[in-house]
Design a binder for this molecule. Structure first.
Ligand SMILES: [Zn+2]
Length: 219
């Protein structure tokens, strides 16, 4: 993906997160890796008015890619450190979505109340420890919580993050995180939900690997 396409894709993603109620105002942020640099959303601009020109180019040390740009999201250390740690994270989506943020205040994993957890590269939805927003410490917590395989986690008393091979995949995971947290909350209101065990989640992960239409299938 070239830089111009990445900028437009980020704007569309931020609009969609806003429209779905996963972010509000200028909360949340996203990035796409283009070659060895990142295009990230700017800080402090409501999603509804973002344009491609507002997106910010930074290198993998967080330095501005060119002069005269907007200031990058305050969570740029999170994007930079995650992009360095996970070469498979071409896109990163961070939300303050309400169900996930509420779940994050419990500071514990969301159990596998549904098999969709298998999409997160883990047997439950983990929760990264708390640190002040925008700090290297928070970025390191998230990198450590996702490890080598994780694709999404909660961030204690803050929100959620999802990574993917492209922006569509990361966005879809952010939606799944929010949905799972909503299901878990409703289930707890009804009683004591039964969680799927690790062996079942591993089985589902194997099935999901071949889910969907095969490559080259007729339309
Ligand atoms: Zn945040």
């Amino acid at each position: 993906m070239d830089e111009a396409t990445a900028r437009l894709a980020l704007v569309a993603a931020m609009h969609e997160l806003d429209a779905r109620g996963l972010n509000h105002g200028s909360s949340g942020n996203a990035s796409i890796r283009v070659d060895d640099r990142l295009i990230v959303t700017p800080t402090g601009i409501p999603s509804a008015v973002l344009t491609a020109a507002d997106m910010v180019l930074i290198d993998l040390d967080g330095r501005p890619g060119r002069p005269g740009q907007r200031r990058p999201t305050s969570e740029w250390p999170l994007h930079v450190r995650l992009a360095r740690a996970r070469p498979d994270a071409t896109a990163i989506v961070h939300t303050h979505s309400p169900e996930a943020t509420a779940a994050s205040t419990l500071r514990r994993p969301v159990p596998a109340v549904h098999y969709v957890v298998a999409r997160f590269g883990a047997t439950e939805l983990p929760c990264a420890p708390y640190a002040t927003y925008g700090t290297d410490e928070l970025a390191d917590h998230v990198v450590g919580t996702l490890g080598d395989r994780g694709t999404a986690c909660l961030m204690a008393n803050h929100g959620a993050i999802a990574i993917g091979p492209d922006l569509g995949a990361a966005l879809a995971l952010a939606v799944e995180v929010e949905w799972l947290c909503g299901v878990a909350r409703r289930a707890r209101q009804l009683g004591e939900p039964v969680a799927l065990d690790a062996a079942e989640i591993e089985r589902v992960a194997e099935r999901l690997a071949t889910y969907g239409q095969p490559e080259g299938a007729p339309p």
